[in-house]
Design a protein around this ligand. Sequence first.
Ligand code: SGN
Ligand code: CA
Length: 515
Amino acid sequence: MRAIFQFALVCISVLGFCHFSHGANKQPNIVVIFSDDHAYQAISAYGDSRKLLQTPNIDRIGSKGVRFDRCLVTNSICGPSRATLLTGKYSHLNGFYNNSNSKFDGSQQTFPKLLQKAGYQTAIIGKWHLISEPTGFDHWHILPGQGIYYNPPMIRNGEKVQHQGYTTDLISEFSIDWLKNRDKSKPFLLMSQHKAPHREWAPALRHLGHDNDRIYPEPSNLFDDYSNRGLATRDQDMTIEKTFTKLDAKLVTPTNMTTEQLQKWNAYYQPRNEKYFKEDPKGKDLVRWRYNRYMHDYLGTIKAVDESVGKMLDFLDKEGLAENTIVVYAADQGFFLGEHGWFDKRWILEESLRTPMLISWPKVSKSSSVNKNLTGLIDLAQTFLEAAGIDAPKDMQGRSLLPLLNGKVPDDWRKSFYYHYYEYPVPHRVRPHYGVITDRFKLVHFYRPDVDYWELYDREKDPNEMKSFYADPSYADVVKELKVELARLRSDLKDNVGAPKEAYGNSENQKKKKQ
Ligand code: SGN
Ligand code: CA
């Protein structure tokens, strides 16, 4: 009798342990690998027609899970997009509108805080860019501001630290070290956030020359003349022709390298720069030269990011963690790789609105699948909470992607998506605009008094978004319907009261920072 009683006690305590601890793998681990300005055109899994580069490791996430083809951002720049990821809310509710004078209110609700409260160990390593100190993380080790590519200073749990090496490699190393030293009895959230491939696109020394001086295929609209669209499109400051600097072109050297690093850097760039000065290209030839330099450098930085993803996936495999770990690869927004003659982002146009997103959770996700629904980074907070068995707070504005991970799209999945960009005029002079996006159309309103007009894009007829159909009478019904839908979204999402003046940034601050 006593033996039976003891046996029952053991069973109860084992069951109890399984129920409450991570031992039973109830709650998944979460690894978010988040890069800065990574265009989907520069991930081989997305199959860009230019075949810009191979990213075998990022592609591995897609082959174990889902490639999201229409993952959109709510406001296509860094800080705002990151604030949306953390809060599951648009800029007008989380208060972070722009990169120039917004400061993240760290006392507000975020998904890392909710996971932490539910027993997760949480860490963020790499680019943060939200001005205030991170909250909701047991461990944080971040780049100040934008961060730099070589020998970066960082801030580790409030303390300044100086590192030697290439930033992408360091972030990768620190991320894996944190995993090695974690408390193994708890599930974890790790946000590993790269600086690359952000401007000024400085590759690792081992990747200089990665493309053997390839001449890259050009996008068909590299020489866009901006006709058939409004003033905002013509009056921006983000062209390869006019805005690209000497630093972008590597005609001057970065300032923060060691002598040894600089030697290797110069061994690659100097002879090529001499050739450039000798040939002294002008007009379209100059744009073409810059475009090729841009592609070499931008794609070069991604090589290190891809290697870093490979190391992380290998580590999870080796530790037996892969099966019950959600791995997300995404960026804070998309990027123009010469389309419309541009670099940078900000616009509601496809290249900057869409961000790459690949998610695997082998225990749940259907392998090698592709999702074409309208999704967003704003959906990730609720996705993680649902995966962890936590009820998402009602004021979050996305929707869990969990059903989509195994191919079940709810009938009432969204058919339209709302976008609102603010920062103006510095940098890049992109006018504030909001709009509604559907599978086929985009209705956009540039709405400030200096420039106030509408545009309509039809991606079926005009996939490169070279023309506004707003004034075309045959689209009158589409415009009418989309205006109703836009008003509905603005009201449902509570963005119909007008933004405060500060939402648009502070150009004086920006100028000072540049000096
Ligand atoms: C810097 C860049 C801009 C870029 C913003 C925002 N200029 O100001 O080109 O648009 O960051 O980027 S730079 O010459 O200083 O690199 S974001 O990714 O942080 O939003
Ligand atoms: Ca960015």
